[in-house]
Ligand binder design. Structure first.
Ligand code: ADP
Ligand code: NI
Length: 213
């Protein structure tokens, strides 16, 4: 099986799986991450085949989407084998999606350029105009308001507290989105992040101007 066919088959499989996904991990999030990751791979001279497959599958084992992470991991492994991905490539891809799904927590550092690129592409989709839109969508689905001046910004918290505790969409900017620019791994992503970051800062200035009347 050639690599192009494997990528095309992976796209079909992921689209099918994420059909009706409502938590901000719909196919179009995956498509944006995949395209951005491909672009970063070309600029950073990474292995684009590994990057593309890992980007396409990066959310398939996310515990927000699956009931059993172990089963989801096994399913992806079977799928890669069936699709004709060599075992050494499959191992590299699994390593990337498993490390990334730890959400930067657990202290596992990304050791390969390909993993860094997929993480950068995922993070770039959380900032800028699209990041703002995703943030308000997520907050709405979780029952949070757009902003609540009585809440404080939660500086240190566990992933669970952060995800489930009461917050507001605007608080999420301070808790996460404004920090992402400095967490980019690659030079190319850092440059793209600058403009998206500036756009969020402008948005917040306008937001608070309107809030205060
Ligand atoms: P991914 O799986 O793509 O890395 P997450 O699952 O962490 O991203 O979040 C999905 C989207 O929802 C992101 O755009 C993120 O910024 C946003 N989000 C996550 N948690 C919150 C929250 N507590 N309030 C508002 N938006 C959130
Ligand atoms: Ni994602």
């Amino acid at each position: 099986m050639n690599k192009q066919t494997i990528v095309a088959d992976t796209i079909d499989m992921v689209k099918e799986k994420l059909n009706n996904e409502g938590s901000g991990h719909d196919w179009y999030h995956i498509e944006r991450v995949w395209k951005m990751a491909s672009k970063l791979a070309a600029k950073e001279q990474a292995n684009s085949y590994i990057v593309e497959l890992a980007a396409l599958m990066h959310d398939l084992i996310d515990d927000k989407l699956v009931s059993s992470k172990d089963e989801a991991v096994q399913e992806v492994e079977y799928w890669l084998e069936g699709a004709g991905v060599s075992s050494s490539d499959a191992e590299r891809i699994m390593d990337i999606i498993q490390t990334i799904s730890f959400k930067g927590g657990n202290g596992r550092k990304l050791t390969t350029l390909e993993a860094q690129i997929v993480q950068d592409a995922d993070r770039l989709d959380a900032i800028g105009a699209i990041g703002i839109a995703r943030c308000f969508t997520y907050a709405g689905s979780k029952g949070d308001v757009i902003f609540n001046p009585e809440l404080s910004v939660r500086e240190s918290m566990t992933e669970k507290e952060y995800r489930e505790g009461p917050s507001s969409a605007v608080h999420h900017f301070y808790e996460k989105l404004l920090k992402l620019k400095d967490l980019m791994n690659t030079e190319t992503a850092k440059q793209i992040a600058e403009e998206r970051h500036a756009f969020m800062e402008d948005f917040l200035i306008q937001f608070f101007n309107e809030w205060e009347g």
